[in-house]
Design a protein around this ligand. Structure first.
Ligand SMILES: C[S@@+](CC[C@H](N)C(=O)[O-])C[C@H]1O[C@@H](n2cnc3c(N)ncnc32)[C@H](O)[C@@H]1O
Length: 228
């Protein structure tokens, strides 16, 4: 079944199947070859002295994880087993695994990836205020789940936490998600209780998104600092 047709069946029911299917390929279309340029460019404006840990929801096996481990202890959350295992193998990192319900924990030097559902993550996994890094997490979710994701972050995060969010904009009439186009208005509605600042804009028009090429009339990434 085509990606878009599968997604149209209903997000909650098919989400796990959809992502398992995406990871049938060792390098799905959203996978970056190198660290996202907006991460090192914006990091110092989001990370503050009170932050002791980086939380990466829907982390996949992104190369950003490795860059982040050089800054702070990283806690990633990923639904599918394959990227959890491959992240450590591909970077030659020693890994230990254990079960800590409701997750399988893949633990290596400076990083733990919790294999399971991000929506089951509870605050006891966090060491005080954290920086959350979101590249291709919010934009991977359909509208109803974006609301659920923002609400989960709001309930989970200790005060003083910050989110570095990389959003994507394109004309929604020209392409179906995922990745979904998200406007500034939606970001401000989702995180209405937080302080929100636009940090950077990256024009990807004509260049595509990671390994995928989109024939949209514009394609723009934006980096946001969202303080809880
Ligand atoms: C578009 S990918 C982005 C991965 C990564 N952030 C990156 O930049 O490469 C979204 C990832 O979220 C994972 N995912 C989807 N739903 C999830 C959930 N409820 N809990 C944890 N991970 C989830 C998928 O398996 C997939 O690896």
């Amino acid at each position: 079944m085509a990606e878009n047709a599968l997604w149209a069946l209903g997000p909650l029911k098919v989400e796990a199947d959809f992502w398992q299917q995406s990871w049938q390929h060792p390098t799905p279309g959203f996978q970056l070859d190198a660290v996202h340029p907006l991460l090192p460019a914006c990091w110092s404006r989001v990370c503050q002295p009170q932050h002791q840990q980086v939380l990466v929801p829907l982390c996949g096996k992104s190369p950003d994880l490795l860059w982040l481990t050089q800054q702070w202890p990283v806690l990633g959350v990923e639904l599918v087993e394959r990227p959890c295992r491959e992240f450590f193998r591909e970077h030659g990192l020693v890994v230990e695994q254990r079960r800590q319900s409701p997750f399988r924990v893949h633990q290596g030097d400076g990083i733990a990836i919790l294999q399971g559902d991000f929506f089951q993550l509870t605050a006891n996994w966090l060491n005080g205020p954290v920086v959350v890094y979101d590249r291709a997490a919010l934009i991977a979710l359909p509208p109803q789940m974006r609301q659920q994701y923002a609400e989960h972050l709001r309930q989970l995060l200790p005060a003083g936490s910050s989110l570095l969010l990389i959003s994507l904009e394109y004309p929604p009439t020209e392409k179906q998600g995922p990745p979904f186009a998200i406007t500034e208005l939606e970001i401000r509605r989702l995180f209405s209780a937080a302080d929100i600042a636009l940090l950077a804009i990256r024009n990807l028009t004509g260049q595509g998104f990671a390994r995928r090429s989109f024939a949209t009339s514009y394609l723009i990434e934006k980096a946001w600092c969202i303080q809880f």
